[in-house]
Design a protein around this ligand. Sequence first.
Ligand SMILES: Nc1ncnc2c1ncn2[C@@H]1O[C@H](COP(=O)(O)OP(=O)(O)OP(=O)(O)O)[C@@H](O)[C@H]1O
Length: 380
Amino acid sequence: MTDAAFLTVSEVTVGYGGTTVLDRLSLSVERGEFVALLGSSGCGKTTLLRTIAGFNKPQSGSLALAGRDITRAAPDRRGMAMVFQSYALWPHMTVAQNIGYGLKLRRAPRSQIAGRVDEIAAMLGLSGLEARKPSQLSGGQRQRVALGRALAVEPDILLLDEPLSNLDARVRLGVRHEIRALQKRLGITAIHVTHDREEAMVMADRIVILDRGRIAQEGSPEEVYNRPGSPFVAAFMGAENVIALEGTVEGDSVEIASGPYNPPARLALAGRALSSGRFQARFRTEAAEILLATRLSASSDPVAEEGDEGVLHLRGTVRQTSYPGGVWRHVVAIGAAEVSVDADLAVEPGTDVVLRVPPAALFLFEAPQDGAEPISRAAA
Ligand SMILES: Nc1ncnc2c1ncn2[C@@H]1O[C@H](COP(=O)(O)OP(=O)(O)OP(=O)(O)O)[C@@H](O)[C@H]1O
């Protein structure tokens, strides 16, 4: 955490009744940064956002904004505005009245409110709709009004609580880009709660992945996607195929001996701390290539092929083939394990195949205590 951080959340613990939801959580956000809080349902994303907004009081820890302690400041004294999933617009007010609501509460002069409402309506593509009530708007328009109401008060921090999840997929993509472009143009600091990985990836400068009230990992979208630090983050970022292996660590690589489902391989550790013994290899559905087993039958050791250093080859049998669109998806059985692998062409169920997982797409981690039996043996 740096002293220069705009918002600082320090060692904050928050719970409901006797249950702790956030456990000594610390987070810092820079001015102008767009941070996405990503995590599965119930991990505490909304609780963290509401704590930042001042709706939840921490049992311990502190919050500071621009160097000012706001731990006990009332929500309307924090210079923040929140946009909710449910829009939370006033149904009896017009679009203009909804957008101007925060300014009216602050007793801004009527002419100033009108000018600001016009400006925001134009910026958000709502011009011409100012006299309508929320019930006369589409979901995307309502969400833009909610965003306009938040922006009208020129908050120091914009808090977004799954604001796009009620919109249909096509509108959601559009509003996603609108919010991001606007945030960049206005230089607003934004914290956005979502459980949608792609949404977090395309909108945020930094992704904070929460797991049961703690930060599992934070980093740029590219970092958390390509260098997940734990099996939880790898799985959350889409590397859901898991193969249990056994190997011997030598320097910065791990050697696995030939087994019934794999030729020998030397896999790069790429700085990960692993010790000899059991570990797990994770990869994404789109990361592995399917090779037909017959192509490799002449070679007992495909790893020896030039340029295949660090590659994991796995022998398996296709169990299911489906077409989700664009590519063919295959369920491939490798011993007792099953993995999902995409390919441009359909491979018939029952076909023996070899999967080729390149080093950059392979994530290695310590095996969990209750992990599956490894399919490989450690090299002697
Ligand atoms: N007002 C409340 N009283 C008691 N428990 C609560 C309350 N609000 C949330 N919780 C519990 O706190 C935990 C975290 O909830 P929170 O809403 O922060 O999660 P979330 O990550 O935002 O989930 P979702 O994505 O489903 O909205 C959950 O177990 C939830 O049941």
